[in-house]
Design a protein around this ligand. Structure first.
Ligand code: BGC
Length: 471
């Protein structure tokens, strides 16, 4: 009898632990749906653009605006996302984003003119900018420590799943050139997202910031294995909040070492966008048309691009902790650079035959796969890993705004570059920029695989070089 009680208690404890972890995971997955919205709304324009351009007789400049206005909105949304998530909570910010997703979608679907279409895209952008900041923050605050990395990666996977689903839906609707349906169908996931956000509890950390310890305790009791664990986390949140007076911009101004990690995040995001990924993702059907694919074949080839992106993002998530960030990122830069050189070469000398079209499609898929195993997900992971606790929100905020701003500039310039330099030189230029990314990775990117965030932080503040932060 003696041994029976502790064993049954253990069983109960582990069942309770599993339930709590399960609940936290489900909430994390639900919040990650904002990644899906992000992917859907950024991906959908690729298939719709050729038909929109025909209907509105849009010039290259206007096409650039239709695509990139969303990124401009996202940059502004990301700039204010931090403040909104403090004032209204992470769930409040996601709710606001959900409402904007819906309104923006309706604007786009019913737009009688390019101006209103662009307005709708700006509203969607604001939603994406806010949601893409608030959701990962929320996920990191509700999930248990051991599942944090995986849950944040899940968010990335959701973004690529969203892009893929948008491409598929575009492909089905491309038959009759139904661009209004392509854009309007996004109202369905937007409503689902709104419903989901309404059932999410507030983040315990945000409740503590508001001094509402009782509600924070209630949420944590639901999401943690037992009372003791929940109380310890409450005490930890309290202690960290007390210490955070010299955080964010204050720390940026006063501490040279923190400035280094912020700049590394900014440079990584600029280089990620200079890889040319969104030039391809947003304008893929146009690029395929340049290679003499028919309009519908172009839209289907674009779906293949979305699938490749999603599958290889999954591969990166599986292997980033086994192979390390640097080997994956270096491989990624080489593969992307070579694929783009190939695309440039084929567009210049390949002629118009079937073989050329297949070769080009293969090279484009190689480019996307190369991006998805490194430059895509790992840049986001590194941007958060190199920031010290006290400056994390500020550092991630700066790199996120940079990502959207660079995305905006490049997606508005791309159609003009294609006109001014020709498709082939445009891709060769992107290939060269990937070479620069390779050199920056060699010189400045640390290996953070298996290294605790505390270790990276103490190295950073001790003045260790960026490249060696993980040693
Ligand atoms: C980039 C986005 C891009 C996406 C493609 C992300 O890492 O930041 O700009 O559209 O990857 O999956």
């Amino acid at each position: 009898m003696v041994g029976v009680t502790p064993a049954s208690q253990n069983k109960e404890a582990s069942a309770g632990e599993q339930n709590a972890t399960g609940r936290a995971t489900i909430l994390g997955i639900l919040a990650a749906l904002s990644g899906l919205m992000f992917g859907l709304d950024t991906g959908v324009v690729a298939g719709a653009l050729p038909f929109i351009s025909m209907d509105f007789h849009a010039s290259a400049v206007l096409q650039g605006w239709i695509v990139s206005s969303m990124m401009a909105g996202a940059a502004v949304g990301a700039m204010f996302a931090g403040r909104i998530s403090v004032s209204f909570g992470r769930t409040g910010a996601m709710l606001g984003a959900g409402i904007l997703f819906l309104i923006g979608t309706l604007f786009c679907a019913f737009a009688p003119s390019v101006v209103l279409l662009v307005t709708g895209r700006v509203l969607l952008g604001l939603a994406v900018g806010v949601a893409a900041f608030a959701a990962p923050l929320y996920i990191s605050e509700i999930t248990v420590e051991s599942a944090r990395g995986a849950m944040i990666s899940l968010y990335q996977l959701m973004v690529s799943l969203g892009i893929f689903l948008a491409f598929i839906s575009d492909s089905f609707l491309s038959e009759g050139g139904h661009w209004r349906w392509m854009l309007g169908i996004m109202a369905v996931p937007a409503v689902l997202f709104l419903i989901v956000v309404l059932i999410l509890p507030h983040s315990p950390r945000w409740l503590m910031m508001r001094g509402d310890k009782d509600r924070a305790r209630k949420v944590l009791r639901l999401l943690r294995s037992d009372e003791e664990v929940a109380e310890a986390e409450l005490a930890d949140i309290h202690a960290r909040l007390e210490k955070s007076s010299d955080a964010g911009f204050g720390l940026f101004r006063s501490n040279r070492n923190f400035r280094r990690s912020v700049f590394l995040g900014i440079v990584l995001q600029i280089m990620q966008q200079l890889s040319g990924i969104n030039a391809l993702l947003y304008y893929a059907p146009r690029v395929f048309e340049a290679a003499h694919f028919g309009t519908n074949a172009s839209v289907w080839a674009t779906t293949l691009v979305g699938l490749t992106n999603m599958v290889f993002t999954g591969v990166a998530i599986m292997f980033a902790d086994r192979w390390g960030r640097r080997p994956l990122l270096l491989t990624s830069c080489v593969v992307v650079g070579l694929a783009l050189l190939g695309v440039g070469g084929v567009l210049a000398f390949g002629g118009q035959g079937m073989t050329t079209a297949i070769l080009l499609c293969g090279l484009i898929l190689m480019f996307v796969a190369g991006f998805a195993i490194g430059e895509g997900p790992l840049v986001w992971a590194l941007c958060s890993e190199v920031q010290p606790t006290r400056g994390r929100d500020f550092g991630i905020g700066c790199s996120t705004v940079t990502n959207w701003t660079a995305n905006w500039v490049i997606s508005s310039l791309f159609p003009l570059m294609m006109l001014a330099m020709g498709a082939s030189w445009t891709f060769i230029l992107f290939a060269v920029l990937n070479g620069v990314f390779l050199l920056i990775t060699l010189g400045f990117v640390p290996e953070t695989k298996g290294v605790s965030l505390e270790k990276i932080e103490s190295n950073l503040f001790a003045g260790v070089s960026l490249r060696r932060l993980g040693e």
